[in-house]
Write a protein of this length. Structure first.
Length: 213
């Protein structure tokens, strides 16, 4: 029996009542999971939000969404298999735009074209021309330069998705607050799959400047 079950009033624990939910913050919140470990952490938070916070309902009390409207989630990865990940009642809803897919179709050929034509450009001159695409089909496979390549190649997609999500979550806060809070979750000890947490923070700053400039 879990600790939660032991503490439940329904089990005579006298501490926890599973229908007690807390009010969410008025601030717009965006939680981003980068790579497998970051997405695991994001799903843990999402499960807590779904189970612990008050959810939006209509006049008849029917739940309209499984998370508060001012709290959004994004999963970013080079491997679509992460869509199979779950935590409790939480999952990644691809149809709701929660997944940013960094896969690059025909990745080895794309890398070859960049090596032949674009390595003199500032956005690509960091890439090692001797690096071949061992990953790409099933993700970056832990190869930092391949993961970064896939992120850079999809940069317009990433920025567009972030701008759309930021705008939506602020609108969903219904003018109660414009104090956007962004939490970027990832594995700081092994900066492989998509990009570093710090690098993604810089991408967020670009998005915010483009929205509010």
């Amino acid at each position: 029996m879990s600790l939660e079950s032991q503490l439940s009033l329904s089990k005579n624990g006298g501490v926890y009542y599973n229908k007690t939910r807390i009010s969410p913050t008025d601030d717009p919140v965006l939680i981003v999971g980068i790579g497998g470990t970051g997405i695991d952490a994001m799903l843990y938070v999402k499960n807590e939000v779904q189970c612990r916070m008050q959810l939006p309902t209509d006049r008849n009390g029917k739940v309209l969404n499984n998370t508060p409207l001012n709290i959004s989630f994004l999963a970013v990865d080079t491997d679509k298999e992460v869509l199979n990940k779950t935590r409790g009642v939480a999952s990644i809803r691809e149809t709701s735009g929660e997944f940013v897919d960094l896969r690059v179709p025909g990745l080895p050929g794309v890398i070859s074209r960049v090596v032949q034509k674009d390595l003199n450009k500032p956005e690509w001159n960091w890439y090692d021309p001797d690096m071949t695409a061992n990953g790409g089909v099933d993700g970056a496979n832990g190869v930092r330069q391949i993961g970064r390549f896939m992120l850079f190649y999809n940069m317009e997609l990433v920025i567009g998705k972030l701008k759309q999500t930021i705008t939506t979550v602020i609108q969903n806060a219904q003018m109660k607050s414009n104090n956007l809070k962004v939490y970027i979750l990832g594995e700081a000890a092994k900066l492989n799959n998509c990009s570093s947490v710090a690098g993604f923070g810089l991408i967020f700053l670009v998005c915010l400047f483009s929205i509010y400039a």
